[in-house]
Design a protein around this ligand. Sequence first.
Ligand code: NOJ
Length: 555
Amino acid sequence: MITDLWYKNAILYCLSVESFMDSDGDGVGDFRGLMRRLDYLHGLGVTAIWLMPFQTSPGRDDGYDVSDYYSVDPRYGTLGDFVEFTQGAKQRGMRVLIDLVVNHTSNEHPWFKAARSDPKSPYRDWYVWSKAKPANADQGMVFPGVQTTTWTWDDVAEAYYFHRFYEFQPDLNTANPRVQAEILKIMGFWIQLGVSGFRMDAVPFVISEKGAKVGKKPVEHFDMLRSFREFLQWRKGDSIILAEANILPKDDMKYFGADGDRMQMMFNFQVNQNLFYALASSDTGPLRTALKQTRPDYDTAQWGLFLRNHDELDLGRLTAGQRQTVFDAFGPDKSMQLYDRGIRRRLAPMLKGDRRMLELAYSVMFTLPGTPVIRYGDEIAMGDDLALPERNCARTPMQWSDEPQAGFSTAKKTFLPVISDSGYDYAHVNVAEQRRDPNSFLNWLERIIRMRQEVPEIGWGEFRIIDIRDAAVLGLRYDWRNNAVLFLHNFHAEGSAVSFRSGPRRGEPGKLVNLLSDDHSEADGDGRHHVTLEPYGYRWYRVGGLDDAVRRTEM
Ligand code: NOJ
């Protein structure tokens, strides 16, 4: 297998232009501001930036309601600024992925306006209509508690239109070949402007059959995924799609494609939820199961791993009991919960700012099978503002310094307020201060990223769960091209003395070389290792008898 699949050993960083850096003092982040921060991202070790939607939008769902796919929202800059930005990223060796939101448009998109006002418009069939109220109108809401229906009456069209999400996000009729052709055109446009691919929004809904008569099991058009990939690879061979698809493990390969011909990457929601359960309960059993269930195909398929993202922490795939355990630990108050299934907080406040747990969570995320995705602000352990509605609580401006507005903007008022009280205020939590402090979380993360980059076995290799009898400790080993690495993570607030064999074969070199400190491990006469882990402790080892921690074999 060729090793130029760049996403196999990438470090992704997700940000929204709006909240990162404001260059013109209007209180809203912009591309010119972001450009000033490219060196920061490069220095952190980021190899690819994922931009959340920045196209023209009424902004009622933070840009996930696009009204012009071929533009930059004027609040963030111009297309010219965008190209300068992708060029700036390229100069520093970083790639750019952008959100592709084509399950739906904004109701202010000209296509929808034309569709509703004229039944004969060629755009009429770009959306999904019904004269009568469909029987399934009160089913399948993505935002329960906020959204009450999936079909809304439109006075102008004199019909109901279908919307999987909010009522201002009418679903595109993605089965229509003209809509499909337009999706390819949108991808082709941004590819020309320098991106390396897309984070595709709501993929299961994009490919699902839509309409008033759809039953409980809608037909899924997987052939669409193949055509997206084929098109992209013709236009630019190394471009990828990272799919947002919160699906059951049994369906994973339908999305990756059994022949590796559909999505290159997907977010691993199954592992994400079970990882939070392990953090909440100290029981890694369900996480081990999730890892086995989602064992990736080691061809071109790759998981995207994350802790928190811009949405709520969705716990919908856990059992009711497991979900309650996570709520009790990390979001006990109703105000911290959202959509009957998740927690809307940022990671640091969920973990009560406990540095040991933060390190554990990141260390695990960086060593699970896949490619890590960091969310802006989490590298300095930013907090949230629960006074803000829904998911906005975790989308506040980046905290750069202790200057007014956290150094994000010179405006009096910013698009969302900066966090200025609680222990997470910008006077205490900011980049400038953490850069100066060698023991800061930011500097710890930078070192871990550097080490993760030197361990490509994780992204490429085959993993095995190490037999460790303590359910609170997860042991993982990866083998690839005659190299092996081994990781231990203790999810318990108490220390744990563990004993294990590093590999399946007796007679393997008995030494585990610690990659993060000089605390190595030698096997006993029986080939077993004995390691005492601190509360929430972790170890990164290279397997072998080498005196140093540097890989010897060519990759
Ligand atoms: C998933 C996105 O992550 C979320 O933020 C958005 O609201 C919905 N898709 C609708 O686009």
